[in-house]
Design a protein around this ligand. Structure first.
Ligand code: GDP
Length: 196
C-alpha cells in the first residue's frame, strides 16, 4: 500500500503556518488517548510516525505526513482531555474549525473513536462542524480487539445507526491497531478521498 511511504514533513500550530498546497489531504481527529496515533502508525505501517504516547494532550500541533507529491495525511491535535489547561482547549476550539473550514486541500476527516466510548461530546462537535462545512467523515471505531468479534460488530452497527440518524452520509468501520483489523477498509476510504 502506498500509505507505507508516508513520511513526516512538518508541524504547524495553526492553519496559517501550514505548508501551502499539498493537493489533497485527509485529516485525522480524535479525543486524546483514543488511539489516533496508533491508527496512523498502523495505516502507514510505521512504528512512530505519529508519536504514540500515554501522556495525553502532548501532541498539540498539526502534523503533516505526505504520502505522494500531492497527497497527505494530517494529524490534528488530540482534543478534550480533562488535564489540558483551559487556554489550550480554547485554542483548539479555534484551530480545528479554522483548519476544517479554511483548508482547500481537505477532502475528508477520519474521526477516531474508542469503540468502548463512542460519540463523546467532542465527537459530536466534530461531526457537527464537518457536516456544517460539508467535509465528509469516516468514523474509525478503534480498539475493537477489546471485544469478541461478534460483540464488536454489534457495537459498531449500533454506533452506525446513531451516526446515520444524526449525521446522514457519514461512513464508519471497526478497527484495531493492535490486531491490524480494518486496515484495508480504511485504506480504501483514503484512496477514494485522495484519488490514489
Ligand atoms: P492518541 O492519544 O489518540 O494518539 O492515542 P495512542 O495511539 O497514543 O493510544 C493511546 C493508548 O491506547 C495507548 O496505550 C495504546 O497502546 C492504546 N491503543 C491504541 N490503539 C489500540 C488498539 O487498537 N487496541 C488496544 N487494545 N489498545 C490500543
Amino acid at each position: 500500500p502506498i500509505y507505507f511511504q508516508a513520511r513526516f514533513l512538518t508541524s504547524a500550530p495553526d492553519l496559517r503556518r501550514m505548508p501551502q498546497d499539498l493537493g489533497r489531504e485527509v485529516a485525522f481527529a480524535g479525543r486524546s488517548n483514543v488511539g489516533k496515533s496508533s491508527a496512523i502508525n498502523t495505516l502507514t505501517n510505521q512504528k512512530s510516525l505519529a508519536r504514540t504516547s500515554k501522556t495525553p494532550g502532548r501532541t498539540q500541533l498539526i502534523n503533516v505526513f505526505p504520502v505522494t507529491e500531492n497527497a497527505a495525511l494530517v494529524d490534528l491535535p488530540g482534543y478534550g482531555y480533562a488535564k489540558v489547561p483551559a487556554a489550550v482547549r480554547r485554542r483548539w476550539d479555534q484551530v480545528l474549525p479554522e483548519y476544517l473550514a479554511g483548508r482547500d486541500a481537505l477532502r475528508g476527516v477520519v474521526l477516531v473513536m474508542d469503540l468502548r466510548h463512542p460519540l463523546t461530546e467532542f465527537d459530536r462537535q466534530m461531526l457537527d462542524w464537518c457536516t456544517h462545512i460539508g467535509v465528509p467523515v469516516h468514523v474509525l471505531l478503534t480498539k475493537a480487539d477489546k471485544f469478541k468479534q461478534g460483540a464488536a460488530r454489534n457495537r459498531g452497527q449500533n454506533v452506525g445507526r446513531q451516526l446515520q440518524a444524526e449525521w446522514p452520509g457519514v461512513t464508519w468501520q471497526i478497527f484495531s491497531a493492535s490486531k491490524r483489523m480494518g486496515v484495508d477498509e480504511a485504506h480504501a476510504r483514503l484512496d477514494e478521498w485522495l484519488g490514489l
